[in-house]
Design a binder for this molecule. Structure first.
Ligand SMILES: Nc1nc2c(c(=O)[nH]1)N[C@H]1C(S)=C(S)[C@@H](COP(=O)(O)O)O[C@H]1N2
Ligand SMILES: [Mo]
Length: 203
């Protein structure tokens, strides 16, 4: 039996509905670390979160201000384009919607470019960005987010491939048309639905 077949059989034994595993994926209990470049040096006293682009006025929050916001918890399955999926991950943080309601978005805005340290970016349609359950998370499975997984804050958008879930997030820019972010310029799909296997350009 192939690795993928065995892995799927394992899921059945665990009592996990096979329909939760997107095509071409295998499940793992590990939490692999994946990113381009190096882990940033994070300095919380000077850290900020900024929203700009098609807004009435840019907004800025400090780390204590973000940490003081009401939080929400989700449990979600995550799917990495490199083929691992992880079930029932627990996240807590600030709902994307909660930030959105404070920024004065202009009606021309259709997409966001999410920004992180080292110039890393990812593009998302607003509708997908604002899905209920999406978080700017600072907590993973009840513990402070680890540096390698995006400390102090990462985006979590579970319904798209995990490269959209930007680690070390520093804010986002509202834009009037879809534009490719970092991985999208380098061969990854503009949208990235794991259940449609939208991995690369042309998928
Ligand atoms: N800032 C930043 N965020 C990033 C990336 C990156 O290179 N830089 N890689 C993405 C990719 S490709 C994946 S699969 C996930 C991996 O998250 P993890 O290391 O917590 O598993 O982070 C995403 N977020
Ligand atoms: Mo990835």
């Amino acid at each position: 039996m192939s690795f993928f077949k065995r892995n799927r059989a394992e899921l059945e034994k665990l009592g996990i509905d096979i329909a939760r595993l997107p095509p071409g994926q295998y499940h793992t209990k590990r939490f692999p670390v994946l990113h381009a470049g190096s882990v940033p040096r994070v300095d919380l006293p000077t850290w900020d979160f900024t929203v700009d682009g098609l807004v009435d006025e840019p907004s800025r929050w400090t780390w204590p201000e973000i940490k003081a916001m009401p939080t929400h918890e989700i449990t979600a399955d995550i799917h990495c384009v490199t083929k691992w999926s992880k079930f029932d991950t627990g996240w807590s943080g600030v709902p994307v919607r909660q930030i959105w309601d404070q920024i004065g978005a202009k009606p021309q805005a259709t997409h966001v470019m999410v920004n992180a340290y080292h110039g890393f970016t990812a593009n998302l349609p607003i509708e997908d960005f604002l899905r209920s359950g999406n978080l700017f998370a600072h907590t993973f499975n009840g513990e402070e987010l680890e540096l390698e997984h995006g400390f102090p804050l990462r985006l979590v958008v579970p319904h798209l491939y995990f490269w959209k879930s930007v680690k070390w997030v520093r804010g986002f820019t509202l834009i009037a048309k879809d534009e490719p972010g970092f991985w999208e310029r380098n061969g990854y799909h503009m949208y990235g639905d794991p259940f449609k296997e939208q991995r690369y350009w042309g998928d």
